[in-house]
Design a protein around this ligand. Sequence first.
Ligand SMILES: Cc1cc2nc3c(=O)[nH]c(=O)nc-3n(C[C@H](O)[C@H](O)[C@H](O)COP(=O)(O)OP(=O)(O)OC[C@H]3O[C@@H](n4cnc5c(N)ncnc54)[C@H](O)[C@@H]3O)c2cc1C
Length: 319
Amino acid sequence: MKVAVVGAGVMGCATAWALSERGADVTVHEQFALDHDRGSSHGRTRIFRLAYPEPHWVELAQDAYEGWKQLDPSLLGLYGLIELVPDPALTSAQALEERGVPYRLLDRDEVRKLGATMPDGWTALYIADAGVVFADRARHAFLEAAGVDVETNRRVESTDELDADVVVVTAGSWVRDLVPDVPVTVSRETLAYFRRVGPPLPSIVDLNTETGGHGMYSLHDPVHGLKVGAHHAGSPADPDTEGTPDSALVERISAWVSERFPDVDPEPVEAQTCLYTTTADEGFILERHGRVVVGSACSGHGFKFAPAVGRRLADLALA
Ligand SMILES: Cc1cc2nc3c(=O)[nH]c(=O)nc-3n(C[C@H](O)[C@H](O)[C@H](O)COP(=O)(O)OP(=O)(O)OC[C@H]3O[C@@H](n4cnc5c(N)ncnc54)[C@H](O)[C@@H]3O)c2cc1C
């Protein structure tokens, strides 16, 4: 079976890996250079975690965990994760129990020993099966394991132009150019790096009381030390228009660093942008329509799931 994959972001690379695992004849097509920074998958790290308030996300993360270990366990930095919540009902405790994932609650001194502060009256849930996935290395590892070369600097204008039995569209924020009715919105998000020396800190997610979802997040960066961002805080964006970090968001991120990490200099050493492709319920769109398989798995939290998403898209393509 000849399968063409559009897009060499992490979802396209993971799908190429899963297809090759199953003996398909795979080609991958990317509009930019392989290591470009215009989409959603660039950069050194992303948060990896099994902790989600919903059991179905925990289950998908567990699947992905097995996939990362099969591909290369060193792609994960298991430094742990702390969920900081103003209301204990907002933690992932119940879903983790349902899925048999161990966790424990930390008190303020324990959180402080891990380099951060916890506001009065908040709850801290800690899990060890979490930390970071080394993003750039992961994309290359998928492609090397798949034994697939990427045709770069070629923009696919229509799935009809590809000589393949099936076409998998993992085009990130550009998905609607090839599959117009996919219900997603695109935003340009801002993140910043802070100088920190010492052993990697656990990743931290501050849950937002209004949404119950993530507010601010932080994770280890192997170059500067700490990477920090504000979840779903960016503005609507056109992926074809390059953008710059939002200075107001950089200020907000820096203020959070000075509050949450008293040992870290809150002066950012670098700021960057990245695109979110978001669905209304932050779920993933993994569907087949005739000869075309669509894989839109982002909403700002997709990377960690790539091995599992890649395998589900391969299943659809080879069905
Ligand atoms: C700031 C930020 C922080 C994040 N943090 C986390 C985190 O901590 N943990 C986590 O799990 N996830 C996180 N995510 C989400 C995660 O990074 C994304 O879900 C994931 O990278 C999406 O990958 P993708 O392959 O779908 O998209 P992309 O990486 O954008 O890949 C799509 C590719 O398709 C190419 N393309 C598009 N159209 C065409 C065409 N017509 N022809 C050829 N090529 C084309 C594009 O150039 C691009 O390379 C974060 C995302 C951002 C932006």
